[in-house]
Every structure is written in C-alpha cells, then in structure tokens.
Design a binder for this molecule. Structure first.
Ligand SMILES: Nc1ncnc2c1ncn2[C@@H]1O[C@H](COP(=O)(O)OP(=O)(O)OP(=O)(O)O)[C@@H](O)[C@H]1O
Length: 196
C-alpha cells in the first residue's frame, strides 16, 4: 500500500510563515467520501493548512500523502475577467480532461442565465458561485475550499451543501476552512489553535 493507504493524510505537520511558527504537530486523515471542516480563530493557520495540502506551500516539518486529483479554491476566485463564464468553465474542464462537467456545473450553481457574461461583470456572490462551479467542473477528487460560502446568499449556500453532498456520494473528499456551518452532513471538525 502507498503512504496514506488511499486517504489524504498529513502527519506531524508544521507550518512556518515569515519566520514564525504558525502550527506544528498537526495530524489529519480524510478518506474518500469524507468531509473535514477546519475551524479556528483568525490567524490560526486554516488557509495555510489548505495551501500546504494543495502543494502551494512547503511544510516546515512532517509529511503529506495526497494521491488525489485536487482542486484548490482560495479566498481569491481567480477568474479570468475577459472570458465568459461558459468559456472559463469549459477551459478548466478541458485542462482537467473533465469533459462536459462544465455544463452540469453551471446548472448546479444556478449560473445558466449568466453563462455568456464576461466574469468581470459578475457580482461578488456570483463570482464565488462561478469559482465553486469551476471546482465542480474540474472533476477533481479532493476539494480544498477556503471559506467557500463567503458572499453567498442562503439559496446558494444550500446549493453548495448539495454539491458537496453529491461530490462525497461519488467518493469525493472535501477539506473546507470555514467560520460558519456549511450544512455538510457528518463532517468531522478540526479545530486549530494559534501557536503560542
Ligand atoms: N505570506 C505570508 N507571509 C508571512 N506570514 C503570513 C503569510 N500569510 C499568512 N501569514 C501569517 O500566517 C498566520 C496564519 O494565517 P492564515 O491565513 O493561515 O490564518 P487563517 O486561520 O486562515 O485566518 P483567517 O480566519 O483570518 O482567514 C497569520 O498569522 C498570518 O499573519
């Protein structure tokens, strides 16, 4: 068996940023179909943990085993403003060889009427939905979501919860940093403490 035994696994992980220890001795394991909510005070290191898991930061110590195709959604929606929403989703679905999932993604996040608008013209909540739709369109197995519900209205939060449930039902994994409940069934919680 490979390291992590087919799970996302972090062992004895430490994170240093700007020369400061943000956290250490962190262990986690997420299996296919599971969701982990990462909670904790501002500055506790939730975003840093997600960036480590995404491979965007290097751990100061410890190991990460991630055998999954991964989609990372940070605070920044990172949409290409001149592309229409449909072009943006189609582009990422093609990069990730995810076929027609971009169409499903538009529907899942109630974006069909906005498909032909350049993404720069979307409202902030619509941009967040677009970035979530891109996550769906990617076909990635592991979703790393940093405060995914920021700016969403109540029906959109429900849509996010439904998308997460469908993703998990298909064997997908989710790690989400959040200050609010996301309506995910049976999610485990990791509470991060600020390093002293
Ligand atoms: N690029 C950076 N360089 C140096 N320090 C950083 C950098 N980015 C973040 N930090 C520091 O790392 C610590 C953890 O930040 P992080 O964004 O991971 O926290 P968080 O738990 O996600 O916070 P929030 O709830 O406010 O989003 C903070 O003290 C922050 O100042």
């Amino acid at each position: 068996m490979t390291e992590g035994d087919g799970n996302l696994e972090a062992t004895d992980l430490a994170c240093v940023r700007g020369g400061r220890l943000i956290f250490d001795a962190l262990d986690l394991r997420v299996a296919p179909g599971e969701a982990l909510l990462v909670q904790g005070a501002n500055g506790a290191g939730k975003s840093s943990l997600l960036r480590l898991l995404a491979g965007l930061l290097r751990p100061a110590a410890g190991r990460i085993a991630n055998p999954f195709r991964t989609a990372y959604l940070g605070h920044d929606n990172a949409l290409k403003g001149d592309r229409t929403l449909a072009q943006e989703l189609r582009f990422w679905a093609a990069v990730d060889e995810a076929g027609d999932r971009w169409r499903e993604a538009l529907d899942r996040f109630d974006l069909v009427p906005l498909a032909d608008l350049p993404t720069r013209l979307l409202s902030s909540g619509q941009k967040r939905r677009a970035a979530l739709a891109r996550t769906w369109a990617s076909g990635a197995e592991l979703w790393l979501l940093d405060e995914p519900s920021v700016g969403l209205d109540a029906p959109s939060v429900d849509r996010l919860a439904a998308a997460c449930a469908a993703h998990r039902a298909g064997g997908g994994l989710i790690v989400a940093a959040t200050h609010v409940p996301l309506g995910l069934q049976d999610a485990r919680v990791l509470t991060m403490e600020r390093a002293a």
